[in-house]
Design a protein. Structure first.
Length: 86
């Protein structure tokens, strides 16, 4: 994985709103998405490695079984390690 990943729908288009005024924004965003791998991909930043980040960690993610406590996080994703501090 790399940081240039973006949320996409089932046919690979970036997820954007369907508002009345976002046609220009949609065009610019799609153009940006095509350039992100070149700007932030592993060829450009070879020493930067994605980290597995928590997406929605809360008390409901703490479970227990016969061996003890277990944490689950169904919304985890890869990103920059400093995102955990945001």
């Amino acid at each position: 994985p790399c940081y240039s990943g973006i949320a996409r729908n089932e046919i690979g288009q970036p997820l954007l709103g369907e508002g009345l005024d976002d046609a220009e924004l949609r065009e610019v965003f799609i153009e940006l998405c095509t350039k992100l791998p070149e700007l932030l991909g592993p060829e450009r930043l070879p020493s930067l490695r994605p980290a597995l980040l928590h997406g929605d960690l809360w008390i409901g993610n703490a479970l227990a079984d016969k061996d003890g406590p277990v944490l689950i996080d169904p919304a985890c994703y890869y990103g920059h390690a400093e995102m955990e501090l945001a």
